[in-house]
Structure formats: structure tokens, C-alpha cells
Write a protein that binds this ligand. Structure first.
Ligand code: NIG
Ligand code: FE
Length: 419
């Protein structure tokens, strides 16, 4: 399985220890478990020891020769970043719509006139497996260079069987071929296809009776997501779609209260969703219900930034006890970025989160949002050795020195993959 890796003497090593069982809430989101002059010993892709450099040095002194030594002095070491909400697999780009929005058109206007999600659907339909794979593989390379080691990926640029299947097959192939772990979500309920505009109920039935059972049977997704939004899917339809997924073993996720308040947060709590995402317009009642049920709030301040909207109230959600995670929402319409560190910066400046909280939100809480909290997201013995080394000497500087990619070295599955 290759050489052991010994990461040595980090200025600060963020462990987030003790967070594997459940996502962190309230004050616990600030307890990073920092070790100064910290080191990690990795073997067979797994973390074997974490602690002060002098302690690990003593423990492994006789084996130093066989290990690859990574000098992290003067650097910050964190768990590999986790992006729990992306629309990774798509074809083309939509800078024309960006330009239209800068001149006053709204996101929903563009979508309802046949652009937006529909435009990307058209491009994605006509792309081959190979083309989609290549475009998305390059995006994953960029994610990795920004310190991200696990990415959730949604389908939803097909909304008919063949293209949804193609996206999920490409996601599977990406997971196999790229070092980044790609975690698949079915999102057939991303928009109502034009053919069903007059009869959306028929499309909901089609999702429930045909597509969801097939996706589950083929084992192509772990989660089932729906865009619950005025003019897209109603809370009632969303509930039926999510319940159908549950019946077939798909865990519910929901795009909730993004553009208008629509009781999406309440619905997430009611159906026991693992996460509710966006939440710009979530009600206090909904936020409290999420906190009570432990639904992770996946916040996407890059989307708010790019759509020139006010961000979700991350501060309030944390104070009310919601476990908050952060994500890029990487997609060609509302957030064409792979920079999770930039999103973390927006978390601080646009949502009132602290530099400590945004690290928790982009690591262990993000891992819990995709049901991976036991495997990744913290630096603890037995966990997968997914680790990001950053060219700053403390965690506050990561956000203070903004708009810069500080990623220095990335270790994935116990191997150095970026240096
Ligand atoms: O999360 N809101 C719905 N879906 C995506 C945007 C998809 C697109 O515009 O292509 C989102 O923002
Ligand atoms: Fe999204």
C-alpha cells in the first residue's frame, strides 16, 4: 500500500476530534481541537496517530526511514475539505445569463423563459458520456487544487431517464477514476420539464413511480433531492417525492427556501432530511424545527453572492442550534465556482460566522451532511487520511488573507496528490 506518510510539526493542526458521531452545534462548532506543533502518522490510507510532534517522533523514531516525511512547519493542517452540495456533472456554461442578470433580469425570469436550468439541460442532453466525464473531471482537478477531497454530486440536468442516468453513470465513473470521492445524489426533481409544464403532477408521478425506483435499484444514488420553490415543486409535491425516495432507501435532501419563503426548512424537519440547503428565506419556525431534528443546514453564500441576494442567516442558525455546513453549490447558473475556501470567506463576511466555525462547516459538518461523518471530516485515529495543508500559520489567517488559494499540499487516501 505504499509508504507511510509522516506530516510533521504543523504550526496548527485542526483535529476536530470527537465529532464523528454527530454534527457539531453551537459553541462546539468553534472547538477545533487545535494542536500546535502537531503531526500525523498515516499508514495504508488511514490515520494511525495524531498529536504533538515530539510525541509522534518518539513513537515512530525507529520507522522514520520507511516514511515519506511532509514538513508542515509554519503551515495549517486541516481535514480535507468536504463539499456537500454540487451539480458537478454538467455541460457548457451560462455567462450570457450572468450578463443578462447584471442588466436586471432575474434568475427565475431567465429560467421561466426557457434558459437557466433548461439551458444546461439541453447542453447536458446532447453531450456524450465522454464529454461530460472530461468536463467534470477537470472541475474535480480544480476542486482538489483548492483543498477539497470529497464532493457530493447531483443529477438534475436531464429530468428524463436517459440523461439523468447518464449524469449518474458519469458521477460513478468520476468516483472510480478521480482521487476525489464523488458522492451521488439523484435530483430528477430539479425543475419541471417543458413538456410537463401544463401538467406537473404527471411529472411528479413519473418521478415517484418510474425514476426513483430505478435509480435505487441500480444503486446509482444515496440521496434524493428536490428543488422545493414557488413555481417549481410545491412543499406537498416535494414531500411525496422525498417520501418515495425514502421508501426506496434514498436519504432526503432538499433545496429549501432559496428564492422565496416556502416552508422548506419545516418540510426538511418533517421528512427527516439529512440536510436542507440554501435557506436564504427560511422561517424562524423552520430553523428551530431543523435544530430540533438535527437537520444539517448546508449554506451556500456563493450562490447568494452570485445572484446578488442576501445570504442566509448563518449566525442565527448556529445560535439556534442548527449544525451548519458550507458548500460551493458548484453549477453553471447560480454559482460557477469550485473555491470552497472563498465560500468560507463569504461565510465570515456575509453570514457572521467566525473563522473557526467555517472550518467546522466545511469539514466535519459537511461530512455529516452527506452521511460520511464517521469516515472523513476530522483528523482522528482510524479515519481516512484525507488532509489539506495550507500555506498560512494559523486558522484565522486562512479567512483574513482572502481570495488567495492557500492550498499547499493535499493528501488523499494516504497519498500526496497535490504538492
Ligand atoms: O442550487 N436552485 C436550483 N439549482 C441550482 C442551480 C442550477 C442552475 O442554475 O443550473 C442551485 O442554485
Ligand atoms: Fe444546488
Amino acid at each position: 500500500m505504499g509508504k507511510p506518510i509522516f506530516i510533521r510539526n504543523a504550526s496548527q493542526l485542526v483535529t476536530l476530534q470527537g465529532s464523528s458521531q454527530a454534527p457539531l452545534v453551537k459553541e462546539a462548532m468553534s472547538e477545533l481541537g487545535v494542536i500546535e506543533n502537531g503531526s500525523v502518522w498515516i499508514e495504508n490510507g488511514v490515520i494511525c496517530a495524531v498529536g504533538k510532534d515530539e510525541v509522534l517522533f518518539e513513537k515512530y523514531e525507529t520507522r522514520l526511514d520507511e516514511a515519506e516525511i511532509v514538513d508542515a512547519s509554519g503551515k495549517l493542517v486541516t481535514p480535507g475539505l468536504v463539499d456537500p452540495h454540487t451539480h458537478l456533472v454538467f455541460a457548457g456554461s451560462r455567462e450570457n445569463e450572468f450578463n443578462m442578470r447584471l442588466q436586471g433580469a432575474t434568475y427565475m425570469e431567465i429560467m421561466n423563459s426557457g434558459g437557466g436550468i433548461h439551458a444546461t439541460t439541453k447542453r447536458t442532453k446532447s453531450a456524450s458520456h465522454e464529454e461530460l466525464f472530461e468536463e467534470s473531471f477537470e472541475r474535480l482537478n480544480q476542486f482538489l487544487r483548492h483543498g477539497v477531497t470529497t464532493v457530493e454530486a447531483k443529477s438534475g440536468y436531464g429530468m428524463e431517464w436517459e440523461t439523468e442516468l447518464k449524469q449518474l453513470e458519469v458521477a460513478k465513473m468520476l468516483n472510480e477514476k478521480h482521487v476525489i470521492d464523488v458522492v451521488p445524489t439523484f435530483m430528477g426533481a430539479h425543475a419541471v420539464p417543458k413538456e410537463y409544464k401544463e401538467n406537473p403532477e404527471q411529472f411528479v408521478e413519473h418521478l415517484i413511480n418510474e425514476m426513483i425506483p430505478k435509480v435505487a435499484e441500480l444503486g446509482l444514488a444515496e440521496f434524493n433531492d428536490v428543488f422545493c420553490e414557488h413555481g417549481v415543486f410545491t412543499p406537498e409535491q416535494s414531500k411525496r417525492i422525498l417520501d418515495a425516495g425514502k421508501t426506496h432507501g434514498l436519504i432526503p435532501k432538499i433545496h429549501a427556501d432559496e428564492i422565496e419563503p416556502y416552508e422548506g426548512a419545516e418540510l426538511a424537519a418533517e421528512v427527516g432530511a439529512i440536510s436542507a440547503d440554501h435557506l436564504l428565506k427560511a422561517s424562524e419556525k423552520g430553523i428551530k424545527a431543523m435544530a430540533e431534528k438535527g437537520v444539517v443546514g448546508v449554506l451556500l453564500p456563493g450562490t447568494a453572492y452570485f445572484l446578488m441576494a442576501e445570504s442566509a442567516n448563518g449566525r442565527k442558525m448556529i445560535d439556534l442550534g442548527v449544525p451548519v455546513a458550507l458548500s460551493t453549490d458548484c453549477n453553471p447558473g447560480s454559482s460557477p465556482t469550485v473555491s470552497l475556501p472563498f465560500i468560507m470567506n463569504l461565510g465570515c463576511l456575509k453570514m457572521g460566522m467566525t473563522p473557526a466555525e467555517v472550518i467546522t462547516a466545511a469539514t466535519i459538518n459537511a461530512a455529516h451532511a452527506i452521511n460520511r461523518g464517521r469516515e472523513i471530516g476530522s483528523l482522528e485515529v482510524g479515519k481516512k487520511a484525507d488532509i489539506t495543508i495550507l500555506n498560512v500559520d494559523n486558522f484565522m489567517k486562512l479567512q483574513y488573507s482572502y481570495g488567495v488559494n492557500h492550498t499547499h499540499t493535499v493528501v488523499k487516501n494516504g497519498k500526496v496528490v497535490v504538492r
